[in-house]
Design a protein around this ligand. Structure first.
Ligand code: TUI
Length: 296
């Protein structure tokens, strides 16, 4: 959640009983250090940093995380294996996002503490399998705790993935509309107005598939891919597009990364209310299911 999950949102989520995660994306190491220090001022609770492994600053970002003693690192868009020993020696829990069983198994051999199994319903960089198919396959393949992500935004989703064997959930899209989320109001409005089929995966032909809300930029991406324009040309369109949307509010030519549950997000709420709604909702669903199963 680069440009979306800053110190304010991560700290609010941790204060409310979740584990807030600062999205570092392609941000500079200085920016990350400031964010971590700001989050520490807002909350005494543990929080995490997500490291986007395609970042040009990845080595320096890992170093700052170690220096600042961040509690948890999550990773995205690659294999973080080589960073695992140094992070763990510093007492940092490592929880990579995976989209396949093969990478899940490899990372468990590297000694990771847990995994996030993320289905293709999610926003941003995506794999191919759905959460429904991916989560149970990863749960069966590894011994570490599995957190589910992709397509989850309420208690029903949380209960569903717990039925598949997950021990917890990672949610992004719903927190775009958290009161503490600093993204531009235009993006929040777009999420709130979105409908079921309003997301599209662009960039499959470039090797970097990214789910976004449909707009002028995504249509241009699709057109270029249909016309077999070379990947380098297509990728140029994406440079700076996340900032254009999230910071400057350009929802026509910016990259509005969001998941398929975008249509289910209907209002701005404090992070605490979102977490209470999801957790209480999951409890009610599970109690209802227990009654259906005859466990009165
Ligand atoms: O990382 C994300 N979401 C992201 S990263 C991002 S920045 C970006 N922008 C354009 C192109 C590429 C990246 C925007 N959104 N989520 C976690 C995630 N990781 N989802 C899927 C994966 C993943 C995919 C393949 C993780 C590992 C992987 O395997 C690579 C390998 O080496 O096997």
């Amino acid at each position: 959640m680069a440009r979306v999950s800053t110190a304010e949102l991560a700290a609010a989520v941790s204060e409310a009983g979740g584990l807030g995660v600062i999205g570092s994306g392609q941000a500079t190491p200085d920016w990350l250090r400031q964010q971590v220090q700001r989050a520490k001022k807002i909350t005494a609770k543990p929080f995490g940093v997500n490291v986007m492994l395609l970042s040009p600053y990845v080595d320096e970002i890992m170093e700052i995380i170690r220096e600042e003693g961040v509690a948890v690192v999550t990773t995205g868009a690659g294999n973080p294996g080589k960073y695992v020993p140094a992070l763990q020696e510093a007492g940092i829990r490592v929880i990579p996002v995976v989209a396949s069983v093969a990478l899940a198994k490899r990372l468990v051999r590297s000694g990771v503490d847990a995994l996030i199994a993320e289905g293709t319903e999610s926003g941003g960089h995506v794999g191919e399998l759905t959460t429904m198919a991916l989560v149970p396959q990863i749960v069966d393949a590894v011994e570490v705790p599995v957190i589910a992500a992709g397509g989850i935004c309420d208690g029903r989703g949380m209960a569903a993935v717990m039925a598949l064997g997950a021990v917890g959930v990672q949610m992004g899209t719903r927190f775009m509309c958290a009161a503490e989320c600093v993204i531009h109001q235009n993006v929040k409005d777009m999420v709130i107005k979105s409908k079921d089929r309003d997301t599209v995966v662009t960039g499959r032909s470039t090797g970097h598939p990214v789910r976004v809300l449909r707009n002028k930029l995504s249509r241009r991406f699709v057109e270029m891919e249909e016309n077999c324009i070379p990947s380098e040309e297509i990728l140029k369109l994406g440079v700076g597009a996340l900032k254009a949307a999230m910071v400057d509010g350009d929802v026509d030519m910016g990259s509005v990364m969001a998941g398929q549950v975008s249509a289910m997000v209907r209002k701005i709420q404090p992070a605490r209310e979102i977490i209470e709604d999801v957790v209480d909702g999951a409890r009610k669903v599970m109690q209802g299911l227990a009654r259906m199963a005859g466990d009165r």
